[in-house]
Each structure stands twice: as C-alpha cells, then as structure tokens.
Design a binder for this molecule. Structure first.
Ligand code: C5P
Length: 230
C-alpha cells in the first residue's frame, strides 16, 4: 500500500460567510465543521498521515476546541495569505509520501463513495498525475465578458470540481516549487501549469457540498441526518 499524506486546508478567513468565526470552525451538529471533515478522512483512510493547515491566529482557539471536544488534532502547519500558499506550506514540510491528497476543510460530507474511486484512479497507473472528483453542472451557465455582455455555454461539456484531489507526491511537490499564478483555483490547476496534465476525473457527489454560505450548514445537517438517521 502506497504511503498517503492528506493535507486539510483550513486557513481561510471565510469572508463570504459573514459569521464571527471562519466557516470551518462554525458549529455543525454540535462541533466544528473541520472536526467532522477530519473524522470522515480518518474513517476512509485509516492508514494516512493527516496534516491540518490553519491560520496561526486560530491555533489557540483550535487547541481549546480540541480539548473541549476531547478530539485529537492532526499535526498542525501554519497557512498563508492564499490557498496556494497554505498548501505549499504543508507540502514543504510533507514527508516523502507517494500519494498526497489535498482537501478543503469546509467539505465535511466526504465518504468512501468518493475516496475509493479516487484512490483507485491515482494508484492504478504510474502515468496518472492526479485524480479529482467532479460532478455534472445543474445550473445553466453564461460567460460574462469585460463589457458586461454575456453568452450561454453548453453545460453538458462542463464539470464542477470538488476535493479531495489526489496526486503523485513527487509531482505535486515539484508543481508547488514553481511560482504562484493568479489563475490557480485548485491543486489540479497548479499541476497542469507544471506540465503534469494527466488528470483523471472520478465520480464526485452533489452531497459533497462546500460550506460557503450560512445556509449550507443547515443543508449539511440535513444530509448527515439522512445518512446516519441521527
Ligand atoms: O476560500 P475558499 O472557500 O476557496 O477556501 C477553500 C479552502 O481553502 C477552505 O477550507 C479554506 O480554509 C482554505 N484556505 C486556506 N488558506 C487560505 C485560503 C483558503 O487554507 N489562505
């Protein structure tokens, strides 16, 4: 079995969320969102090494939450001003793991259903640089131009990309040693810009929501209730 490191990025300020705390520390069924995320990863990947990336200003709060909830924190690394910097900080410190997964702390709904096909895609073939879960787009889409006009595009050829994203460790380390570019929105875009473009899409899930707006917590609670009966 290949060695696996999972980097959980939780160093964002969550400005769009409008709550006093970043969304990853807000309450989901009685405990912080990020604890649910870590627990789901521990359950699906029991052998993996987990690294949690947080803002240094949040470290005391996080450690207090861990003792309050009797929760064992993964190893902590400090994040940076952008998601790219946060991932890079963890990668610099990462061991020689053969496979690295990067996951947004604000996606607590992950499960074996997403992780199993992802792990099998990234480990199946040495030529595969990365595997990423994706789902069809349900909204109609338009491209907006600089002059404010817009035109429709065919949503059937589009996919919405989720996390965790899985990569060959040595190639991801190399991709993150290159300079930052503004168009990086996820780790697959960083890999592609380094020339590692064999990225396989695996089946994501519409349940794998990214907690972005306050109403998303209520949605996650309903989904958990449906899944567990609690
Ligand atoms: O901002 P966005 O919602 O795209 O963030 C996705 C994930 O990246 C979140 O879990 C957030 O905490 C993390 N992040 C980070 N460091 C940053 C910005 C975002 O770890 N500087």
């Amino acid at each position: 079995m290949a060695s696996v490191n999972v980097i959980i990025v939780a160093a964002g300020s969550g400005l769009r969320f409008g709550a006093p705390l970043p969304k990853q520390f807000c309450n989901l069924n009685g405990r912080p969102v990020v604890m649910a995320t870590i627990e789901a990863l521990r359950s699906s990947l029991p052998e993996a090494r987990l690294t949690l990336v947080i803002n240094p200003d949040m470290e005391d709060l996080w450690l207090d939450l861990c003792s309050k909830h009797n929760f064992q924190s993964p190893e902590i690394t400090h994040g940076g001003a952008t998601r790219w910097e946060s991932v890079r900080n963890a990668i610099i410190k990462s061991d020689e793991a053969e496979i690295i997964l990067v996951h947004d702390a604000v996606r607590p709904m992950i499960s074996d259903k997403i992780i199993k096909p992802l792990m099998s895609a990234i480990t199946s073939d040495n030529s595969v640089d990365g595997a990423i879960p994706a789902v069809p787009v349900t909204d109609s889409l338009r491209i907006v131009k600089e002059d404010g006009t817009s035109s429709s595009i065919d949503r059937n050829i589009m996919r919405a990309v989720q996390t965790p994203q899985a990569f060959k460790g040595d190639r991801l380390r190399k991709a993150y040693s290159l300079p930052y570019r503004r168009e990086f929105t996820d780790d697959a875009s960083v890999m592609e810009s380094a020339g590692f473009s064999h990225i396989v899409l695996t089946e994501g899930s519409h349940d794998n929501i990214k907690i972005t707006n306050p109403g998303d917590i209520a949605v996650a609670e309903i989904l958990i209730k449906e899944r567990t009966g609690k």
